[in-house]
Ligand binder design. Structure first.
Ligand SMILES: [Zn+2]
Length: 479
């Protein structure tokens, strides 16, 4: 406290030009949270009875509470409470075209109310809207998480998702990356509905040369090892890591590649059973080690896999969170529901088997040193994967898969900040970092489901009490 007071007062004293004048009134902290248990996500430990002070949207003091009192515009008693860095959902979507922009915007309140203070948008067709929301958030006129975005996805000709940048040749790749750089996107998302293997690898190579981060899906006609060697920075969902865990990866890849010029091209879903049947622990260790040495992250998205696998037997009609999902967004759920209805019993059984296998990969990736990112894949079209709440489901699944609560929390905080290159200013509770915080009424290191017990959220230094969060939710609730 004294140090802070001194350096705050110093420039004022110099400005006033003399010791004879009385010192300018000292601005107190904006916010002080006292006697709180601080979750140190980096070390995976709890620091008891701490005081955390915030000024100008930044954390300016973290330390043992002691007896001193700290003047502040706002005080929060942290006794019996736990302070987490604001959560990061590293895989969300805002999409569905301009007519759904307002409906998408409502999800920002859902994220914040669930303690998510940063999201990584994994590609969509609402980029100009996202930039507008960011400006409103920075101006303090919109409550929501900080948004990082890939802008439009890169894919091949005739791409599934509207708004994708379609590339085949190296010069098209170059033009697509030019346009993303003009947009000043935070990273590049590559999708695999139509992109060719060569165009996929070319995109990674060119992005790497420009210093752009890449992540995404991957055509099954290339190997993850090739992509990692070219500089791929992340892989979304576990389908692509899983393929590299096959002991027959090379021959399966050749099979896919050779099928592409025939009338029956093979894709990911056709190949998954063969990949499953040829799973090799040695091949798995090889790809995990390669990813770890290149710092290639994995975003498992276990929650959406589970939700979609159980889409038919589950009745979501009574989900309380549906009340906060705009009817326009609910209508986008129909496509995956229809797909689930026509799925054969055998296909459904295989999906369950696959999801269970994916769970076993998570602790192995962690043990090998692969950076893990917590992502929900929530957004339009991704049925019943609710913005905000689904990240807490993901955390619980990561722990169920075998991570410690501390490892899961790191995947949803510091690892996200590191991946996006902003760990110097965010992702943990430390002096100089953004005051994005979640105050919990129970210890998340003891039980990961305690992340749902939110007493308050601090975003950009502003406190949202339970009542404030309730009002934000009420404002987006369907009438
Ligand atoms: Zn996605």
């Amino acid at each position: 406290m004294r140090n802070y007071r001194c350096w705050l007062a110093l420039p004022g004293a110099l400005l006033l030009g003399g010791a004879s004048r009385p010192a300018a009134p000292v601005a107190p902290y904006d916010l002080v949270i006292s006697h709180v248990g601080v979750v140190d996500v980096e070390a995976g430990r709890l620091l008891l009875d701490q005081t955390v002070a915030v000024a100008g949207g930044k954390i300016v003091r973290v330390g043992p509470a002691g007896r001193a009192s700290y003047p502040a515009s706002q005080q929060l008693d942290g006794t019996g409470r736990y302070l987490l860095p604001g959560l990061w959902d590293m895989h969300v979507h805002f999409r569905g075209g301009d007519s759904l922009a307002a409906a998408n915007k409502k999800s920002l309140a859902l994220y914040l109310a669930h303690g998510i203070t940063t999201v990584r948008d994994a590609g969509g067709d609402l980029t100009p809207h996202l930039y507008q929301w960011r400006r409103e958030e920075e101006a303090g006129t919109l409550a929501g998480p900080r948004i990082f975005t890939s802008g439009p996805k890169i894919d091949g000709p005739g791409a599934t998702w509207p708004g994708s940048l379609e590339v085949t040749t190296p010069s098209q790749v170059s033009r697509a990356l030019d346009s993303l750089q003009r947009l000043r996107v935070d990273y590049v998302k590559i999708y695999d509905s139509k992109i060719s293997g060569p165009a996929y690898l070319e995109t990674i190579t060119q992005a790497e040369k420009r210093g752009l981060k890449t992540t995404g899906h991957m055509p099954y006609s290339v190997t993850l090892g090739e992509a990692v060697a070219r500089g791929l920075d992340g892989t979304e969902h576990l389908y692509y890591v899983f393929k590299a865990c096959s002991g027959k990866e090379d021959s399966l890849t050749a099979l896919v590649r050779n099928s592409l010029t025939t009338s029956k091209p093979l894709g990911l879903f056709a190949m998954l059973p063969a990949v499953y049947d040829t799973y090799s622990p040695a091949a798995a260790q090889r790809i995990f080690r390669l990813m770890a040495s290149h710092r290639t992250a994995a975003t498992p998205t276990l929650g959406i896999g589970k939700t979609l696998a159980e889409l038919t037997p589950d009745n979501h009609a009574h989900d309380t969170l549906l009340a906060y999902i705009d009817p326009q967004i609910q209508r986008t759920y129909a496509k995956r529901l229809a797909g689930a209805r026509t799925q054969s019993a055998a296909a459904r059984a295989f999906t369950h088997k696959l999801e269970a296998k994916f769970m076993t990969l998570v602790p192995q990736l962690q043990a090998a040193g692969v950076p893990l990112l917590a992502g929900s894949d929530s957004g339009p079209f991704n049925s019943y994967t609710y913005p905000g709440a689904s990240l807490h489901d993901e955390l619980a699944l990561l722990v169920q898969a075998g991570l410690t609560p501390a490892q899961a929390l790191r995947a949803a905080t510091l690892n996200g900040a590191r991946w996006l290159g902003v760990a110097g200013r965010s992702g943990s509770i430390a002096v100089g970092k953004d005051a994005d915080l979640v105050l919990l009424s129970a210890n998340p290191l003891a039980d990961i489901t305690n992340t749902r017990k939110i007493a308050a959220v601090v975003a950009r230094g502003k406190v949202y009490s339970q009542a404030d969060l309730g009002r934000l939710l009420a404002a987006v609730k369907n009438k």
